[in-house]
Design a protein around this ligand. Structure first.
Ligand SMILES: Nc1nc2c(ncn2[C@@H]2O[C@H](COP(=O)(O)OP(=O)(O)OP(=O)(O)O)[C@@H](O)[C@H]2O)c(=O)[nH]1
Length: 344
């Protein structure tokens, strides 16, 4: 267990993991002093409840450190915050109302918007019976309105942050001209596919494709018309491939399709269908626009570079053979060594 934890600590963490980790840290160091003071003052039940909340935050922090399961941890943190708040409110009375505000804000940063709204409604409505009769109606209205306003502001701010994050992700991973993934997105996808293959031996192939004589097309019709051809080519491919497949533009007129779950035969058939589709679409006036393709299936023990290199080699074999065709890459076979020396 200690070894697993050390491995977990050494691993490079994603940004998503830091938020629940920070909140767990804040939860432990924020609530622990209250637990100690209350136990020292003889307020046993509320002290024990605070200690349970501290233990909950510590456990969740360790859990996300070891497992990186951000979603499950996030749900547990928000439930712990709301349960901790309502628990102290009912045990200690209206002066515990202040804890509602951090609990409400946390939900909007960790959960999906609709889940956070549902939890806010539960927190606000759940507070009313504890406040009613114990505070003035004016105070009750103030508490309800300020909690609702906090939820609305947190919702708006979290939505804005999510939106900006999505835009940044698009900028970092998408080709601006065609909307296809870029080289960085391809590298991430390939790393995922190889990791999955090592665990489950799942099949996957890549198709490299490149427009034929694109320089001549640009020279004849102009760069803007060349851009339109790249956009139309992307549309044709996206309409044909499945949602589990993904398209990347890795150079001027060079694209890669990652086909998750297809072996060399089916991937080659798909490549041929794409080739004929592009040819049939007549993308330029008075001139055939064609593509050449190279296909390679991931082999066990192969690195990303080796896999992509084989597909690239197959593409260039298609170019050398005259273009407008598909070539498949085969792994080089080792000569079979006889196990027993031949008899003389
Ligand atoms: N319109 C347009 N052209 C681009 C873009 N990126 C690269 N290119 C052009 O694509 C052309 C690629 O030329 P080459 O690498 O010689 O390839 P090719 O003419 O297609 O020849 P083969 O691949 O051998 O069939 C160059 O003229 C580049 O200027 C782009 O974003 N838009």
């Amino acid at each position: 267990m200690i070894e697993n934890l050390q491995k977990g600590l050494r691993r490079r963490r994603s940004l998503e993991e830091y938020l629940p980790l920070m909140l767990c840290g804040a939860g432990v160091f924020g609530v622990l002093p209250f637990a100690i003071v209350r136990l020292l003052n003889g307020e046993i039940w509320i002290g024990l409840l605070d200690l349970a909340v501290v233990a909950g935050f510590s456990t969740l922090g360790m859990f996300v450190l070891r497992s990186s399961r951000v979603r499950a941890t996030s749900i547990c943190i928000t439930l712990l915050c709301v349960a901790g708040y309502l628990g102290t409110l009912y045990l200690m009375g209206p002066q515990q109302l202040f804890w509602a505000y951090p609990a409400l804000v946390v939900a909007y940063y960790l959960l999906k918007p609709e889940e956070a709204v549902a939890l806010s409604v539960i927190s606000i409505l759940g507070s009313i019976p504890a406040l009613y009769g114990n505070v003035s109606l004016f105070m009750l209205a103030t508490a309800t309105i300020t909690m609702t306003m906090t939820s609305v502001f947190a919702y708006a701010f979290a939505a804005l942050t999510r939106n900006q994050r999505q835009q940044l992700m698009n900028l970092a991973t998408c080709d601006p001209l065609t909307g296809a993934g870029n080289r960085r997105a391809l590298d991430q996808k390939i790393a995922e596919i190889i990791a999955n293959h090592e665990r489950t031996s799942a099949t996957a192939s890549v198709i490299f494709l490149d427009l034929d004589h694109f320089k001549a097309i640009n020279d004849e019709y102009g760069h803007a018309a060349g851009d339109q051809i790249l956009i139309q080519l992307t549309e044709i491919i996206n309409l044909r491939i499945r949602v589990t497949d993904s398209l990347y533009r890795i150079g001027g007129e060079e694209f890669v399709i990652v086909v998750d779950g297809l072996g060399i035969d089916k991937a080659s058939r798909l490549a041929e269908q794409l080739r004929t589709l592009v040819e049939a679409n007549e993308l330029a006036r008075d001139r055939a626009v064609t593509i050449s393709l190279g296909v390679a299936q991931l082999e066990s023990g192969e690195s990303a570079d080796e896999w992509l290199h084989r597909a690239d080699e197959a593409l260039y074999a298609a170019k050398r053979a005259g273009r407008n065709q598909t070539r498949t890459a085969h792994i080089e076979l080792q000569p079979v060594r006889p196990k027993v020396a031949p008899l003389h």
